[in-house]
Write a protein that binds this ligand. Structure first.
Ligand SMILES: C[S@@+](CC[C@H](N)C(=O)[O-])C[C@H]1O[C@@H](n2cnc3c(N)ncnc32)[C@H](O)[C@@H]1O
Length: 290
């Protein structure tokens, strides 16, 4: 592995080590009880419905799989799943999660998502959560994804750009104005107030920076690569409300769940789609031409 990639893998290993025994469990078989569980469920349900007839029999590759949440949902439906990540520690966390949930661990590979060495056209779906924004030059990653997809295969990547927080200003103003005030507190002061959280953020934000490209940038890149019809959809209007745990669990999560149930009943896919001013993410979707 080139030295630059080794450094990168080490940074991710450190980040996963910091979170290893204390990360939020996003996979749940029951009703989602936290906002993060809810959006992980929405992500999976959207993906499943977009796969249509191929959903159960499709071959799935999760890139940057880390703790494995999306793959856990797929594995729970008996799907053929491969998980690839640069960080062996990330995959170790996933292994523990699969074990805890009583799910059989899928095929796992340690490697670079830009040069996987996997056979061309061998997957019906390539998915990722929080991977694409970690590349300054994402072209090679997208090219590899296009190479790996079978004709008609679906790319489904959730991007969480650096300015995702900034773009949530409207959401914060509406749902959690106290978070606007918290933005004014400098990071060193915050880490004094909440040292544990400060350490985690340092590991993730400083060692593993994110880019800030807008969705159209990726769509343009793909169109230059001959992929027409790629879309980038503003996604995820479900925001945490940090001011009060009881407010969050008693009011906010039930309200979000109600909203999610209505969208599902009305077939409003993707369910994570939201207004640009409320979006913390982008869903980058395309199909490889047949
Ligand atoms: C923000 S984490 C997201 C992990 C997981 N998808 C989740 O939702 O928890 C990004 C993941 O991408 C992995 N990663 C970063 N660069 C990579 C690369 N070049 N190839 C493969 N994985 C990579 C990291 O190791 C990390 O596990």
């Amino acid at each position: 592995m080139p030295a630059e990639m080794q450094d990168r893998a080490l940074s991710w290993d450190e980040a996963w080590e910091a979170l290893e025994d204390d990360h939020i469990q996003l996979y749940t078989t029951g009703t989602p009880k936290t906002i993060h569980q809810l959006w992980a469920r929405c992500y999976f349900e959207d993906l499943w419905s977009l796969m249509g007839e191929k959903a159960a029999a499709g071959r799935y590759l999760e890139l940057g799989a880390g703790r494995g949440t999306a793959s856990m949902y797929l594995a729970s439906r008996g799907c053929d799943v491969t998980m690839l990540d640069l960080s062996p520690v990330g995959l170790r966390v996933a292994e523990k999660n699969f074990h805890k949930a009583g799910l059989r661990k899928p095929r796992t590979l340690v490697g670079d998502a830009r040069a996987t060495g996997l056979p061309a056209a061998s997957f019906d779906c390539i998915l990722s959560i929080g991977l694409i924004e970690h590349f300054e030059h994402p072209k090679a990653l997208l090219e590899e994804s296009v190479r790996l997809l079978a004709p008609g295969g679906l790319h489904y990547g959730l991007i969480i750009p650096e300015s995702g927080d900034g773009k949530r200003l409207l959401a914060d103003a509406l749902f959690a104005p106290w978070r606007l005030a918290s933005r004014l507190i400098p990071k060193p002061v915050k880490s004094l107030i909440r040292p544990h959280r400060g350490a985690r953020l340092t590991a993730l934000e400083e060692e593993c920076p994110r880019n800030d490209y807008d969705g159209e940038y990726y769509v343009r890149l793909l169109s230059e690569m001959g992929i027409a019809g790629a879309v980038s959809i503003p996604a995820n209007g479900y925001h945490p409300v940090f001011a009060s745990k009881s407010l969050e669990s008693g009011l906010v999560i039930p309200a979000y769940r109600f909203h999610h149930a209505i969208k599902r009943a009305l077939g409003m896919r993707p369910m994570l789609k939201t207004l640009p001013g409320l979006a913390s993410c982008q869903l980058l979707m395309f199909r490889k031409p047949r």
